[in-house]
Every structure is written in structure tokens, then in C-alpha cells.
Ligand binder design. Structure first.
Ligand SMILES: Nc1nc2c(ncn2[C@@H]2O[C@H](COP(=O)(O)OP(=O)(O)OP(=O)(O)O)[C@@H](O)[C@H]2O)c(=O)[nH]1
Ligand SMILES: [Mg+2]
Length: 319
């Protein structure tokens, strides 16, 4: 049997060479929180940053997966290699959604230039949201030209994978009034490109007008967020969407904004990873350390206020 070090180096080598099975294995390692997986990411990280990362977000059922399937076709026709990472919400309905995605994307499963993977954003063991970021990095390292990330635009994962995208596409459909409100209220960040999918719906143009109205309230200089009507089920508007995604990429490249954006994203990731670890460490202390329980007793009996208790807890963490 080969020594473990040798196998790891081997896996890294095959991964960097674009071997699909090596990529699958590597992602499973990070998914299972295997230290070998983290070591692998450490090793291949210098080779990342080449792929164009596009995040797709939007309410459930608007057609994100169908649209991504079309964009995969589009990219393959141009001989680009693609990876898709679909991050499911942690609700009990996840499995159904996952199966649905798989069925719609099956056409691409046999293509060696396409790699598709679904992951849970948060598992019972915790830490899986960190794994999604590692998985995206591994896809990038394996030489994919495009990495498409799909998330449902509700809630905030511990490490929000969408923060890792160079371009964020918000997918809506006619009647997604809630999302328009969220954009208006600033709850949802303004994306780079908006696709109004299910454009076969009679209220599509109304929807486009409403979105335009919301965008007109925002800054008017720099990148103008394009609104593209798509009908993913028939492939309509997909060329135009791909074109706008490319234009956005060129725009941030030429303005030097890509480096700036990536720096900000990576900063967020480092902080989020550290915060996640700190949180788990604190939670373990609260569970296992009797003196933390005593601290808590003081809070319960109103001798110590929660903020002072938190400060004490952090003091010990720093020491
Ligand atoms: N009428 C119509 N239906 C569409 C269109 N695009 C997708 N659909 C259908 O909408 C349903 C949901 O599509 P998905 O691609 O799974 O949507 P999703 O946003 O990925 O869904 P979740 O991942 O569960 O949030 C499917 O039944 C699709 O066939 C479209 O352009 N027009
Ligand atoms: Mg989907």
C-alpha cells in the first residue's frame, strides 16, 4: 500500500490534470471534513483563481437549475469546461430538490468536460458550509473554465458561497414580488445581472418594468445591471444571458475591480471561517467546561449580565 503522503500528492496531481474522478474524490474528502481534504485544498490553492465563478441565486423554483443546464450547453458548444455546484437549503425537502436538479442535468453527467455536484449548505455535523467553499476551490483547481454556483436566495449560510462569485446572477420569475421588495429595501444585494425566467408568462414585461424601477433608485454610474428575459425550458434568451455574464466579467477585469472584489470576498471568507471555528469552540466550552457553566449560573441568577459574561468568555479564548 502506498504511504498516505504519496496518495495525497497523487490525488492532487490528478486533480490538477483535470481528472473528474479525482475531483469527485477530493470533494468527498472536504465534504466529510477529512483532514486530507483540507490538506489537498492547501496544496492546490496556488493554482486557483483561473476559473470564472458565477453565482446564481433566487427564490425556489424560478428555474435556476434549468437555466444553468442551458448555460452548460452554451459553454460546452464553445469548448469550455464547466463545473456546477448546487447548494441545497438544509430543509427536509432538500432531497426532492436534489433529485429534481439531477434529472434536469443528467444530459451532462456523461460529458467528461462537465462536473456536477450537489451539496448541503449545512449538515448535522456543522461545517458543511465551509466545505462548499472548499469544493468550489477544488473545481477551480481542476482547470474548469466556468464554475457555476447555485444557491436558493433565502437565509444566510455561515460562509455564503455566493460571496465567492465574480459575477452574481439573480434569477426571478414573473410574480416574484417579494424579491423586488427585498431589492428595494436593500435586504438583497443588487446583483450584476438579472434574469427574468419563465418569460412565457404573460406578466413578464410588468416584472421587467418593476425591476427597472427599483434599479433606477440605485447608483447610475459604473456597471448597469442588465435585465434579460429567459425561457430556460426552451433555451430562449440563454445566448444573451451568457453574453451579459461575459460582458460583466470583462467590465470588472478592465476596471481592475476583479482583484478588488476577490480581495473583499477572500477577506469575508477568512473572517467567516475564523468566526465559524471560534463559534464551535465556544459552544464546545459551554457544553464541556464546568467553569463556563458557573459563569452561566451567574447570568441566570442575575449577578452577571450577558454582555459581561460574553466578554469574560472571550478573554479566556484570547488567553
Ligand atoms: N414555464 C416555464 N417553466 C420553466 C422555465 N424554466 C424552468 N421551468 C420549470 O420550473 C420548474 C423549476 O425549475 P428549476 O430549474 O428546478 O428551478 P430552481 O430555481 O432550480 O428550483 P430550486 O433549486 O428548487 O430552487 C421546473 O418544473 C422547470 O421545468 C421556463 O422558462 N418556463
Ligand atoms: Mg435548482
Amino acid at each position: 500500500m502506498p504511504a498516505p503522503g504519496r496518495t495525497a500528492a497523487d490525488l492532487a496531481e490528478r486533480l490538477l490534470a483535470g481528472d473528474k474522478r479525482a475531483l469527485a474524490r477530493a470533494i468527498s474528502l472536504v465534504e466529510n471534513d477529512d483532514p486530507e481534504g483540507w490538506a489537498l485544498v492547501r496544496e492546490v490553492y496556488p493554482k486557483t483563481g483561473r476559473a470564472s465563478m458565477v453565482g446564481f441565486t433566487g427564490p425556489p423554483g424560478v428555474g435556476k437549475s434549468t437555466l444553468i443546464g442551458r448555460l452548460v450547453e452554451h459553454a460546452r458548444a464553445r469548448e469550455r469546461e464547466v463545473a456546477v455546484l448546487s447548494i441545497d437549503p438544509s430543509s427536509p425537502f432538500t432531497h426532492g430538490a436534489l433529485l429534481g436538479d439531477r434529472i434536469r442535468l443528467t444530459d451532462h453527467f456523461l460529458d467528461p468536460g462537465v462536473y456536477i455536484r450537489s451539496m448541503a449548505s449545512r449538515g448535522s455535523l456543522g461545517g458543511l458550509s465551509e466545505a462548499t467553499l472548499q469544493a468550489a476551490l477544488l473545481m477551480d483547481a481542476s482547470g474548469k473554465d466556468d464554475v457555476f454556483l447555485e444557491t436558493v436566495g433565502v437565509g444566510q449560510a455561515e460562509v455564503d458561497i455566493i460571496d465567492h462569485a465574480d459575477t452574481v446572477v439573480l434569477v426571478l420569475m414573473p410574480g416574484s414580488g417579494d424579491s423586488i421588495q427585498a431589492l428595494k429595501a436593500g435586504v438583497m444585494e443588487i446583483p450584476d445581472v438579472i434574469a427574468v425566467n419563465k418569460a412565457d408568462h404573460p406578466l413578464t414585461d410588468t416584472m421587467v418594468r418593476e425591476i427597472r424601477g427599483v434599479l433606477s433608485l440605485g447608483p447610475q454610474e459604473g456597471w448597469r445591471v442588465p435585465i434579460i428575459k429567459t425561457e430556460a425550458s426552451r433555451g430562449e434568451g440563454v445566448d444573451e444571458l451568457a453574453e451579459k455574464m461575459g460582458e460583466h466579467r470583462e467590465f470588472i477585469d478592465s476596471e481592475g475591480k476583479l482583484a478588488e472584489r476577490r480581495r473583499r470576498n477572500l477577506m469575508n471568507e477568512v473572517v467567516a471561517l475564523a468566526a465559524g471555528r471560534l463559534r464551535r469552540r465556544l459552544e464546545a466550552q459551554v457544553r464541556d467546561d464546568p467553569s463556563v457553566q458557573e459563569l452561566l449560573d451567574e447570568v441566570v441568577s442575575r449577578r452577571l449580565d450577558p454582555a459581561s459574561a460574553a466578554a469574560k468568555l472571550l478573554e479566556r479564548e484570547g488567553g
